[in-house]
Ligand binder design. Structure first.
Ligand SMILES: Nc1ncnc2c1ncn2[C@@H]1O[C@H](COP(=O)(O)OP(=O)(O)O)[C@@H](O)[C@H]1O
Ligand SMILES: [Mg+2]
Length: 365
């Protein structure tokens, strides 16, 4: 705690620090809740930034500062409309920056902790799914007038299917861990859908869908809820970049509306949960129908299939490559993850007409 207090003392905080405790279940950064007194002083969230993944902490911080400032201005100018929705913001250091580096080279930052908030690791019911959809749509709506291409591309080609496929084929060709033979079925699964999976990239290249500010990690544990379970903020802004909204919608469905875990071993348990999908789509489109274009709306159902395929492809690539990127819990873990994703793709294929109907209904209100 002492070394944490030393770090915190470099920031312009209010109140006296009472405790510093590990916080949350994020997998990327290390987070600590910093409580202060007397009430109602602000509490804080101290984070050690994962600088192995985010190598350019300066640009990362700049993106976050610019986006949160924009959100703040919009929320102040139209408070009545957004009610309890709020933004997180970075605390300034005493030397005027928004992060600090310790003696070991780690980078640290300090967010305000959103009062009386909690997050969920799963969309446990349709009410939460509805609120999750609303939260990400609100985030996108509030940033829809921000010039997305002025943001730094923190993780280049993150959802670029052409880039991911080219990596995949190269790894299959080199076969460094001798795993190609046992992944034949999955490799065929990928190759048989390649054409269709270029759809979003092509629409972007043709200028039919705009580049927008996207979050790129639209899991439900990046949404904060108040005690009445209303969504009040979107957090985890590290991957905010220029992108297509379809990536954000699709990944929210992939992570939030599956009946199985991301690495479910029993594939019979992996399906699209149409009740959660319906609720998320309703919450999302209630707001997003006001700013998305028709082509974006027409591809929302497809985007869920696409993102599930894309992440499955990345798991499969990493498996064949010898597990260098995703941490594994046991041998074959990445292959199991890929299989679960591909089973979810199949389930979405089977229910695709229903998914499109659900989007159309959600659009009508
Ligand atoms: N400003 C905040 N106020 C309250 N809770 C937060 C705040 N920021 C993050 N959290 C919580 O901490 C968890 C981890 O933070 P996050 O920024 O998502 O880190 P990671 O990149 O490791 O996922 C989140 O899932 C959320 O529950
Ligand atoms: Mg997170």
């Amino acid at each position: 705690m002492n070394s944490h207090i030393n770090i915190i003392s470099r920031f312009k905080t209010e109140g006296d620090i009472i405790s510093v405790k590990p916080f949350g279940s994020g997998h990327i950064n290390d987070s600590y809740l910093v409580t202060t007194a007397p009430e109602p002083a602000t509490n804080y969230l101290l984070q050690r930034i994962n600088h192995k993944i985010f190598t350019n902490v300066g640009e990362l911080t700049n993106n976050i500062r610019r986006i949160t400032k924009h959100l703040q201005q919009k929320l102040i100018s139209d408070q009545a409309r957004y009610g309890h929705f709020q933004t997180i913001h970075l605390t300034q250091t005493r030397s005027g920056g928004y992060y600090t580096q310790d003696e070991e080279g780690n980078y640290w930052r300090l967010y305000n902790h959103v009062r009386q908030s909690r997050s969920y690791d799963m969309l446990e019911n349709p009410e939460l799914a509805y609120e999750g959809g609303k939260a990400f749509a609100t985030f996108q709506y509030l940033t829809s007038d921000f010039k997305a291409d002025t943001l730094f591309e923190i993780l280049p080609n993150f959802h670029n299917i052409a880039f991911r496929l080219s990596n995949f084929r190269e790894v299959v060709r080199c076969n460094p861990a001798h795993r190609v033979r046992d992944a034949k079925e999955e490799i065929d699964f990928v190759e048989s859908r390649v054409e269709e999976m270029h759809t979003i990239l092509r629409l972007g290249e043709l200028g039919k869908i705009p580049l927008r500010v996207t979050h790129n990690d639209t899991k439900c544990n990046n949404v904060l809820f108040n005690p009445e379970n209303k969504a009040i903020a979107v957090v985890d802004l590290d991957t905010v970049m220029p992108g297509y909204v379809l990536y954000d919608f699709g990944d929210a469905i992939r992570t939030g509306a599956s009946t199985g875990a991301e690495d479910e071993a029993d594939l019979l348990r992996v399906n699209i949960d149409l009740d959660l999908f319906t609720a998320y789509a309703k919450g999302y489109l209630g707001i997003a129908r006001n700013f998305l274009n028709t082509i974006e709306i027409n591809h929302l159902a497809f985007s869920a299939k696409f993102m599930t395929y894309l992440i499955g492809l990345r798991f499969l690539t990493d498996h064949i490559d010898g597990d260098h990127y995703f941490k594994i819990g046991f041998p074959g873990h990445n292959l199991q993850r890929a299989r679960a994703q591909f089973k979810l793709v199949q389930s979405m294929e089977e229910h695709f007409t229903a998914m499109r109907d659900i989007i159309n209904k959600a659009l009508d209100g």
